[in-house]
Design a binder for this molecule. Structure first.
Ligand SMILES: [Fe+2]
Length: 388
């Protein structure tokens, strides 16, 4: 038995107007920057129009910690909102998910949320409004929080984590800086490609993965070049939510085991870590799921079969990275963040260990050995073709 779930999705231009139909009290969960830059005003002006009383909790940081969730829960307990509105990238949306879950279930420890935790839904609505086109958090029942002291991300899923509404309005992402558009778009692509080859892949998500990949390969280069390209911006925004729906049921996979580990240790954007891992994980993992990759390649217009199809898919992914100005290896990426080879080598054991322990390995058809994880990190660092 398995399930597929989705929030009600309001999408396209003007979908923010949905906010004008709401009633009650709202706690907005966001970050300081989105308040300062006026992005949150787009939400509050519509809430005011609807007569919704609101409070803003704007202390969410990138890679939100359990402490951030608990602080938000404290504010909710005092303010007693009828709805939690998450506005932001994956971090704010995940924090909003955690806040709603614990506000409704005060006896649950957020660190212990797993698919088997008893979480009740008591009628507090969760509305998620993404300001980036990447995490797909607005469409998934996944939550990723960070255990700060261990530099480790804890990812989990639960049906009660799913938002009631997702508002996917391209107006929220039109001014995204090109670099952010690149790494968030790569996150979405990693979701779609991982979910298509997951051990939990299923008939309900396969089509979503294919469509998200098609949209991203086609429109991401344009959306990362010119944000006034309305068509490309909207298509990529939709693709991110579509890929989010897919991982909600099929889960992310190997590019995320590597990406979560690298991102948490070196504090680089999650989408860069996963997206750059993709060509390497695709080639490596194809030895277990060659038919699935062949099928995906076919839907992306690749005519070859077998190993050649995989190689073309890898080339196509490398080509996409180049078109959106992202290096094809970890070495160059880390150097952009001032992290040299010795720092990478010093942390290699931790990287391998964290990747092996990442929750995403649970949905791989085969879990790589520690030795293979080590090689994956090293090959992706050097930009070497996978030959093992
Ligand atoms: Fe991701």
């Amino acid at each position: 038995m398995w399930w597929f779930a989705s929030p009600r999705i309001v999408f396209g231009s003007d979908s923010l107007e949905f906010l004008e139909t709401l009633k009650g009290k709202a706690l907005i969960v966001t970050d300081e920057n989105l308040v300062k830059t006026g992005v949150v005003d787009k939400i509050t002006k519509r809430l005011k129009k609807a007569g919704v009383e609101f409070e803003i909790y704007d202390r969410v940081e990138p890679d939100p910690s359990f402490e951030i969730v608990m602080e938000g829960v404290g504010i909710a307990r005092t303010f007693q909102p009828d709805m939690i509105i998450g506005v932001g990238g994956g971090s704010s949306l995940d924090a909003a998910k955690g806040i709603r879950a614990i506000y409704e279930n005060p006896d649950v420890d957020p660190e212990e949320i797993s698919p088997w935790t008893e979480l009740e839904e008591k009628g507090v609505k969760l509305i998620l409004i993404p300001t980036a086109s990447g995490s797909g958090s607005e469409g998934s029942n996944a939550i990723v929080l960070t255990k700060k002291e261990e530099n480790r991300k804890v990812a989990s899923i639960h049906p009660a984590i799913m938002a009631d509404y997702a508002i996917v309005d391209p107006e929220m992402v039109r001014d995204l800086p090109l670099k952010v558009a690149a790494f968030t778009g790569l996150d979405a692509l990693s979701h779609a490609m991982d979910a298509y080859v997951s051990a939990w892949k299923n008939d309900f998500t396969d089509g979503l993965c294919i469509q998200a990949c098609k949209l991203l390969f086609k429109y991401l280069p344009r959306a990362c070049t010119d944000r006034s390209d309305g068509e490309a911006v909207e298509k990529v925004h939709n693709a991110a939510t579509i890929a989010g729906l897919a991982i909600g049921s099929s889960q992310a996979g190997l590019s995320h085991s590597i990406g979560h580990s690298l991102g948490a240790v070196f504090h680089i954007p999650h989408g860069f870590a996963c997206g750059i891992a993709l060509p390497y994980t695709t080639k490596y993992y194809s030895k277990f799921v060659i038919e699935q990759y062949e099928e995906l390649a076919y839907h992306l217009g690749i005519q070859e079969k077998g190993e050649k199809a995989i190689d073309s898919l890898v080339d196509m992914t490398m080509d996409l990275l180049e078109k959106i100005n992202v290096p094809g290896n970890f070495k160059e990426l880390l150097e952009q963040y001032g992290i040299e080879r010795n720092a990478f080598e010093e942390k290699l054991d931790i990287l391998v260990n964290n990747a092996s322990l990442d929750n995403t390995v649970l949905t791989l058809v085969e879990i790589p050995s520690e030795e293979d994880f080590r090689k994956l990190f090293l090959y992706a660092y050097e930009g070497k073709n996978i030959d093992f």
